[in-house]
Design a protein around this ligand. Structure first.
Ligand code: HEM
Length: 459
C-alpha cells in the first residue's frame, strides 16, 4: 500500500514538475487560436497510421481553417500552422526556424549526416554544395541534361499512338540517371527493361540497395580524385571527398543518398504533372510549342539546348510555375522553433513548437490569387502579373537560406526535358483534372498515375 502511495505521489510530482518546467510553453501555446482538428488519441492515431492516400485528406482537414495562425496538438507536439505570406517570410528567413523537428527527422527517416536534417551538419554541408547548384555550377551540367533527355525522347518512340501509359516511370528513370551521372556514377537506367528499372528505383528507399550504390559512388570518386586540397572540383561529390572539407565517409554517404532521393522524385513529379496538364489544355500546349519554334526553329529534331536558351523559354517556365502552384510537389514544410518568435503580429510561438507552412493552401488562397485561384492560368506568372503577387504566396521550393538546394537544377532539367518532349511529341489524356486523386507522403502524387498518350507532332 505504501509503495503504491509513493508511486502515485511520484507520478503526480513528475507531472507537476513537467508542467511547471514547461509553463511558458503551455502558456504561450494556450494563447494561439485552436483548429477544429480532433487532437484526441483517435486524431493522433489517425495521423500517424494514415496511408498515403488518406494523409492528404487529413492534412486538408488540419489545414482547412480561416485563421492565419492556428495551433494543433498531436499528443504533446505543438504544431502552429501559418497561412499568411508575411509570417511565411518570417519563418523561412528567421535563424530560429532553420531546424527540423525531431518527429519529422524520425518519420522521414532522415539520416544524421544529411543536409535535410540536423542543423549541426547543415551549415557546413550547404556551404560546400551551394556553388555546384548555382548558375555557374549548373552550366557544366547542361550537356548531361541534354544527353539524358535525348535518351528519354528516343525511348518514347515505342509508345507513339499506343494506349495511355504512366509517364512518371520514364521521368523517374530520366531524373535518377541524370542525378547519378551528375555524381559521376554512370548507370544505364532508362534503357533497362521497365521491371528491372522500377525495382532499382523503388529499392532506393531500402537502405541496403541505397547503401550499396552510395558506397560505390564514394569509393569511385575517392579513387578518381587525388587528395590535393587546392584542386578545383568539378562536382560537389569531389568537393565532399576533399579532406579540406572534413566530411566523414558516413556523412558523404548520407548526403549522396539524400540528394539522389531529393533529386529524382520531385522533378519527375513536376514534369509528369506539367505534361498531364498540357494534355488537358491543348491551347496552352500549342502556345508552349510556338515559343519553342521561335527559339529553335520549326523542326521536329530535338535541339541541343544551351544555357542561354533555357532563359528564353519564358512561357514554358510560366506553365511549370502555374502547375507547381496548383499541384505543389511538396504540399507543406515543417520547421522547429529554437528561440521564441512572433507570428501574426501578436502570437509568441514557444521554443520547441513546430511551425508548418501549408504550401498547397497558400498557393490557392483567394486573398492573394483572386477568386479564380483554383483555375489553371499560366498568365498569372507573366512578369507584369507576378510582380503584383506577394513573393511568399508562391513557395514551391520554400525560400530563404534553407530553401531547396536544387531549385535551379530542377527548373533547368525540367525545361530541357519538356522542350525536347514537346518539339517531338503531342500529348493527350483521358483523365479529367477535377477527378484526380492525390497520394501524399512527403511529396504529393497523382494516385491514378500520369496517364498520357503520345503522338508524333506535325510541324
Ligand atoms: C520540382 C522539384 C523540387 C521541388 C518542388 C523541391 C522542393 C523542396 C522544398 C519545398 C524543400 C524545403 C524543405 C524544407 O524547408 O523543409 C526542399 C529542400 C531540398 N531540396 Fe528540393 N525540390 C525539388 C527538386 C530538388 C532537386 C532536383 C534537388 C537536388 C538535386 C533537391 C535537393 C534538395 C535539398 C538537398 C534540400 C534540403 C535543403 C536544406 O535543408 O538546406 N531538390 N526541396
Amino acid at each position: 500500500m505504501i509503495v503504491l502511495i509513493i508511486l502515485i505521489f511520484s507520478i503526480l510530482f513528475w507531472i507537476i514538475k513537467y508542467f511547471w518546467d514547461h509553463r511558458r510553453f503551455y502558456y504561450l501555446a494556450y494563447k494561439i487560436p485552436t483548429s477544429s482538428f480532433d487532437y484526441s488519441f483517435s486524431g493522433i492515431y489517425k495521423f500517424f497510421t494514415a496511408d498515403n492516400k488518406t494523409m492528404l485528406n487529413i492534412l486538408n482537414e488540419i489545414l482547412n481553417n480561416e485563421n492565419e495562425i492556428v495551433k494543433i496538438w498531436l499528443g504533446h507536439i505543438l504544431l502552429v500552422v501559418a497561412n499568411n505570406p508575411d509570417d511565411i517570410k518570417t519563418i523561412f528567413n528567421a535563424k530560429q526556424c532553420y531546424d527540423k523537428p525531431s518527429f519529422v527527422k524520425v518519420c522521414a527517416k532522415i539520416e544524421k549526416g544529411s543536409l535535410f536534417g540536423y542543423l549541426e551538419y547543415w551549415r557546413s554541408h550547404r556551404k560546400v554544395m551551394n556553388p555546384f547548384f548555382g548558375l555557374q555550377g549548373l552550366k557544366a551540367l547542361i550537356p548531361i541534361f541534354n544527353d539524358k533527355s535525348k535518351i528519354f525522347i528516343k525511348n518514347l518512340e515505342k509508345m507513339i499512338d499506343k494506349e495511355a501509359f504512366n509517364i512518371f516511370h520514364n521521368m523517374t528513370a530520366l531524373t535518377l540517371e541524370t542525378i547519378l551521372k551528375v555524381m559521376e556514377y554512370d548507370v544505364d537506367i532508362q534503357n533497362q527493361e521497365s521491371k528491372t528499372r522500377d525495382v532499382f528505383i523503388m529499392n532506393l528507399d531500402t537502405s541496403n540497395c541505397a547503401m550499396a550504390f552510395t558506397n560505390d559512388i564514394v569509393q569511385y570518386v575517392r579513387n578518381k580524385t587525388n587528395n590535393n586540397e587546392d584542386e578545383q572540383h568539378k562536382s560537389f561529390i569531389q568537393a565532399m571527398v576533399n579532406p579540406r572539407n572534413d566530411f566523414t565517409d558516413d556523412e558523404i554517404k548520407d548526403e549522396v543518398h539524400s540528394i539522389v532521393l531529393a533529386g529524382q522524385d520531385t522533378s519527375a513529379i513536376a514534369s509528369s504533372m506539367t505534361l498531364l496538364v498540357l494534355a488537358v489544355f491543348k491551347d496552352v500546349q500549342q502556345k508552349v510549342v510556338d515559343e519553342l519554334y521561335q527559339v529553335f526553329g520549326k523542326t521536329r529534331d530535338t535541339p541541343y539546348i544551351e544555357f542561354e536558351n533555357v532563359n528564353e523559354l519564358v512561357y514554358l517556365e510560366m506553365v511549370i510555375n502555374e502547375v507547381m502552384r496548383l499541384y505543389p510537389v511538396v504540399p507543406f514544410v515543417v520547421r522547429q522553433v529554437d528561440e521564441e518568435i512572433v507570428l501574426g503580429h501578436k502570437y509568441t510561438i514557444p521554443v520547441k513548437a513546430a511551425v508548418v507552412v501549408p504550401i498547397s493552401r497558400v498557393h490557392k488562397n483567394k486573398k492573394y490569387w483572386g477568386d479564380d485561384a483554383e483555375e489553371f492560368n499560366p498568365e498569372r506568372f507573366s512578369k507584369e502579373n507576378i510582380s503584383k503577387i506577394h513573393p511568399y504566396a508562391f513557395v514551391p521550393f520554400a525560400k530563404g537560406p534553407r530553401m531547396c538546394l536544387g531549385y535551379r537544377y530542377a527548373m533547368m532539367l525540367m525545361k530541357i526535358q519538356l522542350a525536347n518532349f514537346l518539339m517531338r511529341y503531342e500529348v493527350d489524356t483521358d483523365l479529367k483534372l477535377n477527378e484526380l486523386e492525390f497520394c501524399c507522403h512527403v511529396t504529393m502524387t497523382v494516385c491514378q498515375g500520369y496517364m498520357i498518350k503520345v503522338r508524333n507532332r506535325k510541324c
